[in-house]
Write a protein that binds this ligand. Structure first.
Ligand SMILES: Cc1cc2nc3c(=O)[nH]c(=O)nc-3n(C[C@H](O)[C@H](O)[C@H](O)COP(=O)(O)O)c2cc1C
Length: 153
């Protein structure tokens, strides 16, 4: 269901430059992923029901040609779609970069034209996870005025 939502995201030229590695707590994929978390994410991510690795296709296979100018943008949209689906199912999604990308790529034989971009921990957050503090964990948002570059009246 979550991956179906991700896969329904729009993408430039319908290029769908995304793929996912899904580890469910207790299975072998999850166990492998947990080994590659950074110290910061290892403190909370393993407790989530799912750890999903988000991959973007950066190059056309066996070339140095960009696969899509919008590969990162489109992967972000796919993960956003997955996030809203998870919320509708009563779960939260915490995306993160704090893990060893190269090690995950080696572990799952991700070819060079794909990039291991981010991970997402998905589940019902514990109180501990909700009250996380530390660099990059602020939940404050810029105001509507601050994010409006220009507008008419
Ligand atoms: C590309 C990306 C990378 C992120 N990396 C991390 C990370 O390494 N560690 C972390 O705790 N959160 C990470 N986050 C989560 C943000 O820090 C989080 O969205 C922000 O703290 C606001 O929290 P909220 O979205 O739960 O309100 C990342 C988010 C994105 C989209």
């Amino acid at each position: 269901m979550l991956l179906d939502a991700a896969g329904r995201a729009p993408s430039a030229g319908n290029s769908q430059p995304w793929a996912f590695i899904v580890g469910k707590r207790g299975d072998g994929v999850h166990a492998k992923l947990v080994q590659h978390l950074s110290r910061s994410s290892a403190a909370w991510a393993p407790g989530a029901s799912l750890i999903v690795v988000n991959l973007s296709q950066r190059f056309v296979e066996d070339t140095e040609m960009d696969y899509s100018e919008f590969a990162h943008y489109d992967l972000g949209q796919a993960v956003a779609h997955l996030t809203f689906q998870a919320h509708a199912m009563g779960m939260s999604v915490h995306q993160f970069r704090a893990f060893d990308r190269d090690a995950v790529a080696r572990e799952f034989s991700v070819p060079d034209h794909w990039e291991v971009t981010t991970m997402a921990a998905i589940g019902v957050p514990t109180t501990e996870a909700r009250s996380m503090t530390g660099a990059g964990t602020s939940r404050e948002r810029r105001s509507r005025t601050q994010i409006t570059w220009a507008r008419g009246s």
